[in-house]
Design a binder for this molecule. Structure first.
Ligand code: ZN
Ligand code: ZN
Length: 332
């Protein structure tokens, strides 16, 4: 099958002809990819920024925002059949440890992260995963339409559900970075919280796009805002974290999803302002299932731009240049 691989850092991706994945474990599943979302993490991977965290062996196939159709399952799999449309939770986990049993699957000490840690991802015709990672889609849902929910939507719902207990109708949240994740986050903030939402983005074009989602305000820069109760930082670099942290009111919460930069915490300031920091990494299987219910009910809109898998180089360049509003999806 075709697969798009990272072959070295600071180098373009390359096509490879690799063997089709096959079921070997009784809980394995093979998915024919209908759509694979492009995440900024894929760009970070190509720059070598995730090497220290995941030390993957190169080359391997990118893609951790996947959806498609089941083509094979192991003997022990119940409730999933060949042909079922599915979205793929980005983690493959053991199912037995305390973290897995509590539902916090991304804390599983032996978890794997296809498309990121060296396990082949979904920039390909097929991928191997665990049947436990799959969420069955409604029969009317085209998997390519929802693929980015596997990571962009999942991370947004997870971060917002963690942030929600801190927020009430008098709270204001600054949502920083209006892109693939941001346009989902503004809708999820409306569903899960009563807070006012101010969208912050340095790009006037993106702020104009944001107006279609009726935020309570827009701003080009968080530093220009009055103090806010919470920040949802989807950028996490270019000095944004420090500015966002400074913009918090006493008792405020800094919830972070974007990365690449850093944040210097002065502990006396943190104590005096009683600040909370929430780091967020993907989300749980049940959060993905909940998100798919919202999508099925038509309560959350995901904007995508499709690219044929063969045009992956062009698609990555468009994402890197910030020219994709919404999420880019590769279609094999
Ligand atoms: Zn991602
Ligand atoms: Zn586990």
């Amino acid at each position: 099958m075709r697969a798009v691989q990272v072959v070295g850092y600071h180098r373009p991706v390359e096509f490879a002809d690799v063997p089709d994945p096959v079921v070997t474990h009784p809980l394995d599943a093979v998915v024919r990819i209908a759509g694979a979302g492009i995440c900024r993490t894929d760009l970070h991977i190509l720059e070598g920024e995730l090497d220290a965290a995941f030390h993957p062996a190169l080359p391997y196939t990118l893609g951790h925002e996947n959806a498609g159709y089941v083509t094979a399952v192991g003997d022990a799999v119940d409730g999933l059949a060949v042909g079922d449309p599915v979205i793929v939770h980005p983690a493959v986990t053991c199912g037995w440890c305390a973290a897995c049993r509590s539902g916090a699957t991304m804390h599983c000490p032996t978890w794997r992260f296809p498309g990121v840690d060296g396990w082949g991802g979904g920039y390909a015709d097929y991928m191997l995963t665990s049947a436990r990672s799959l969420v069955k889609l409604g029969p009317r849902t085209d998997p390519a339409d929802v693929a980015p929910h596997a990571d962009a939507g999942l991370t947004a719902i997870h971060a917002i559900k963690r942030l929600a207990p801190f927020l009430g109708p008098r709270s204001t949240v600054a949502l920083i970075g209006f892109g693939g994740l941001g346009h989902l986050a503004v809708q999820l903030l409306r569903i899960y919280t009563t807070a006012r939402v101010v969208v912050v983005d340095a790009s006037p074009e993106r702020l104009k796009w944001a107006e279609a989602y009726a935020p309570d305000g827009v701003a080009e820069d968080v530093a220009g805002l009055p103090p806010v109760d919470a920040v949802l930082d989807l950028v996490g670099e270019h000095g944004v974290p420090q500015e966002a942290f400074a913009a918090l009111r006493k008792g405020g919460v800094y919830a972070v999803v974007g990365y690449g930069g850093d944040l210097r915490l002065e502990l006396l300031d943190m104590i005096n302002r009683e600040l909370t920091v929430l780091g967020n990494q993907i989300g749980t299987h049940s959060e993905l299932a909940e998100l798919m219910t919202l999508a099925d009910q038509g309560r959350i809109r995901l904007e995508t731009r499709r690219f044929p898998l063969d045009d992956v180089a062009h698609a990555l360049a468009e994402v890197a240049a910030g020219r994709v509003l919404g999420r880019a999806v590769l279609v094999p």
